[in-house]
Design a binder for this molecule. Structure first.
Ligand code: DMJ
Length: 807
């Protein structure tokens, strides 16, 4: 007997099960992209052409910077001029990267050597020695200054000496760059004067920590404090001054002590004085990424087994709790079984590269494949994307991480798939980011709109890794296997371990010799990645053996990232169809439909399982919607003059502002900021802002800097509205805005998509004469309030009817 039971979900249902959506989108990608094709081998000729194209890209960006921006820190590719700290309008905390020290040139020096352009390298080194100085009254990020400036100077110094020896050139060079990096190192040292030894996030180049603006400084991120050791150890060993290395080891030791003893995980933000965690989210992306990288690479560079042991402890914890098949999802360090975010950020794309170096190839291949599908779906990998691969934050500043991992995977496997991936990444940059004056960041991958920024890592990392990917190691002037790439892709030689008055001995562990691992390539590994990628993309064809026999897969255990699970639900008769609205070849909106048909199940038994599975899924959906509702914020207003009837527009919370809990709300008249982006020092209408609920548009500066400005002018709350036309909480997952780890914002801040904001402005316009008063509160509280009101009204009606009934 065959029962015919069909369940389907309406398209656009926004609380649809994320796992199924993820699955569905994977299917859609597979069907619509070239990944279904067997990997094409790339001819030597084509590879060489791509290498030359990467070289051309470098010069296009480099000349644009040198001719239009130098000695500024960065090129602004749209206005074709330099970005100077204190001169160019501020972007808020983001500008802590800039120190008016010609950052892009310093960051780029070693790429010139890799390209074999010794003439330009020599010229650029002379410019840096002549022009760059550090005695400025400017607050800079310790982390960024270290990885870009100290790392850039050290690597250039090492290569200048290398060229003196091997290319019979630059004989005039007398170690000036090393002296400069030593000076800069000293200027960063005051940041390390904390009770824990964990450095402050920011320091004034001239005044150290004596700058009054730094008085309240206490929070830093794990990656910020834990990405110092490679540069500082090199600095100590090259200069013979141990202070840098001593301080950096102490910071690493202090961080290690803060791990959660149960889970072995770390949080992302901490207090440098007390060592308390401020943010306990634990993943491998923003806020923590390069801490893991530096643990492993410190072992490789310095040979200290302690760092390998620490890395391994954290790595096992990450693989146990954070890793979900190809996905990496944050958990709470003290509650590692609960996911704390439903999105991933693009910074985690470095992780497969690190996994390759540490010898764990299989998950590296899987995560890289997932990221490649995200890239194909959205052209670039957006800054953040949800577990169902929708855009959470659409910006793309031409980051290197995905290309970096592609390079390491190619070096480890020799699989031409990675050359094809690199080719696609390169062509995408050419088509969508190249402008007449360099390469411009993408403000939103949905619209392709450019931003007036070209970060220094575009030259120091993104294009460098592309060039390396398409180069034959033998053709390079240096043997890159004898170097460690810092997190900013600067080259530090392994020989550093034996240099100077090193206080730490060099011991290379036999069981973990990374270089040996790299040198055996290509090997049988070459055949391996294809085998790992395949199940992720071909599960629907049913060509792989089934592995679920016997055990029923419950909805609770189901992981969209697990190929066996995907096959199992297919066998149970569950079909997922993904429909995407496309515009100019890009998917702009994704709908998902889910069908269960008993008749399509592989067997009667599996049909029964499918039915049960769908029922469990429905239960989970309900639970999920309750959870989501708890986080959802509401911007509510009365629709009538007597304030009898209210409606609420959906909004998202922020991580950096106080949460409105229970019956708390903030009330005030809405007022649009002038200018609407609210990124300047103050507002044109600042005088009227006191007591108002300010509205500012997303873009140009961080969420938190808008919040600080709103607070400064006396607003009681801030609504940040989206800048992408047509976006809506009805069709996109809501998210919480991230801050910068400081907790100085005391007013509630919520985010509103464009469609909801459109409704709000429509009401404001209708009431031109009168200001519109709104309440910002939790959505769940708004619903409760409405429900209670309806019940009261019912009771009143019932009470007036009661006597009749009793009669
Ligand atoms: C780079 O500056 C470094 O790679 C850093 O570790 C994090 N990310 C940026 C580029 O995305």
């Amino acid at each position: 007997m065959t029962a015919k039971t069909t369940a389907s979900f309406a398209p656009g249902h926004r609380l649809m099960l994320t796992f199924l959506v993820a699955l569905c989108i994977l299917v859609a990608c597979v069907l619509s992209t070239e990944t279904n094709m067997p990997t094409q081998n790339m001819s030597n000729k084509e590879r060489a052409e791509l290498r030359e194209e990467a070289r051309d890209m470098f010069y296009h960006a480099y000349h644009a910077y040198m001719e239009n921006a130098y000695p500024a820190d960065e090129l602004m590719p749209l206005s074709c001029k330099g970005r100077y700290r204190g001169v160019t309008p501020s972007r808020g905390d983001m500008d802590d990267i800039l120190g008016n020290f010609s950052m892009t040139l310093v960051d780029t020096l070693d790429t010139l050597v890799l390209l074999g352009d010794f003439t330009e390298f020599e010229h650029a080194v002379k410019l840096v020695i002549r022009d760059v100085q550090f005695d400025s009254d400017i607050i800079v990020s310790v982390f960024e200054t270290n990885i870009r400036m100290v790392g850039g100077l050290l690597s250039a110094h090492i290569l200048a000496e290398y060229l003196q020896k091997h290319a019979d050139t630059m004989h005039w060079y007398k170690g000036e760059l090393l002296e400069m990096s030593r000076e800069l190192g000293y200027r960063l040292l005051p940041a390390f004067n904390t009770s824990t030894g964990i450095p402050h996030a920011r320091v004034n180049l001239r005044l150290g920590m004596k700058d009054p603006m730094l008085k309240k400084s206490r929070e830093t991120c794990t990656a910020c404090a834990g990405t110092i050791l490679l540069e500082f150890a090199a600095l100590s060993r090259l200069t013979g001054d141990p202070i840098f290395e001593v301080r950096a080891h102490a910071a690493m030791d202090a961080l290690w002590k803060l791990r959660h003893r149960g889970s072995d995980l770390m949080g992302t933000v901490l207090n440098v004085h007390s060592g308390d965690w401020v943010r306990r989210d634990s993943g491998v992306g923003a806020g923590i990424d390069s801490y893991y990288e530096y643990l492993f690479k410190s072992y490789v560079l310095l040979g200290d087994d302690k760092y390998l042991a620490r890395f391994n402890r954290h790595y096992n914890a990450v693989m146990k709790y954070v890793s979900e098949g190809p996905m990496l999802l944050d958990v709470l360090m003290h509650r590692p079984h609960a996911k704390s975010k439903n999105f991933m950020d693009s910074l985690l794309a470095f992780w497969p590269g690190l996994q390759v170096l540490s010898g764990d190839l299989k998950p590296a291949v899987q995560t890289h494949e997932m990221l490649y599908q995200v890239m194909q779906m959205h052209t670039f990998i957006p800054e953040a994307f949800t577990v169902d691969f929708q855009i959470h934050w659409g910006q793309h500043p031409l980051r290197p991480e995905f290309i970096e991992s592609t390079y390491f995977l190619y070096r480890a496997t020799g699989d031409h798939h990675y050359l094809q991936v690199g080719k696609r990444a390169l062509k995408t940059l050419q088509q969508h980011a190249k402008v007449s004056c360099g390469y411009a960041a993408v403000n939103d991958v949905r619209t392709g709109k450019h931003e007036d920024r070209m970060d220094s890592f575009v030259l120091s990392e993104t294009i460098k890794y592309l060039f390396l990917l398409f180069s034959d190691p033998q053709d390079l002037i240096i043997n890159v296997d004898e170097f460690v790439f810092t997190t900013e892709a600067h080259l530090l030689p392994l020989s550093i371990a034996q240099l100077g008055n090193a206080t730490f001995s060099f011991r290379q562990s036999d069981e973990h010799n990374v270089l040996d691992f790299m040198r055996t390539c290509p090997s049988s590994n070459k055949l391996f990645p294809e085998k790992v990628r395949k199940p992720l993309r071909n599960f629907i064809t049913g060509s792989c053996p089934r592995t679920t026999a016997g055990k029923r897969l419950s909805a609770l255990d189901f992981q969209a990232s697990n190929a066996d699970h995907l096959r199992a639900v297919y066998d149970m008769g569950i079909t997922m169809v993904s429909v995407g609205d496309r515009s100019q070849g890009k998917i702009i909106k994704q709908y998902s439909r889910y069908f269960f048909a008993f008749i399509q199940a592989k067997s009667h038994e599996e049909g029964e399982m499918g039915l049960q599975f769908m029922q469990e899924m429905l239960e989970l959906t309900k639970m999920q919607s309750i959870n989501q509702l708890a986080q959802l914020q509401a911007v509510a207003y009365a629709t009538d003059e007597k304030a009898q009837d209210w409606v609420a527009l959906m909004a998202g919370p922020s991580h950096f502002s106080p949460e409105l809990i229970g019956d708390q709300f903030v009330e005030g008249d809405v007022m649009l900021a002038q200018p609407l982006r609210a990124c300047d020092e103050t507002l044109e209408n600042a005088a009227e802002a006191k007591g108002k609920i300010l509205v500012a548009e997303r873009g140009d500066c961080t969420f938190v800097s808008k919040a600080r400005l709103a607070q400064k002018v006396g607003a009681v709350a801030l609504i940040v509205c989206d800048n992408v036309p047509g976006s809506s909480g009805e069709t996109q997952p809501m998210f919480a805005m991230s801050g910068d780890g400081k907790d100085d914002v005391l007013i509630p801040v919520v985010f509103m998509y464009s469609v909801e904001f459109g409704k709000l402005t429509a009401v404001m316009q209708r009431r031109k004469q009168q200001p519109l008063g709104v309440r910002v509160m939790q959505m769940v509280e708004f619903k409760r309030w409405q429900l209670a009101k309806a019940q009261r009204q019912n009771q009143t009606v019932a009470a007036t009817q009661k006597p009749d009934k009793e009669l």
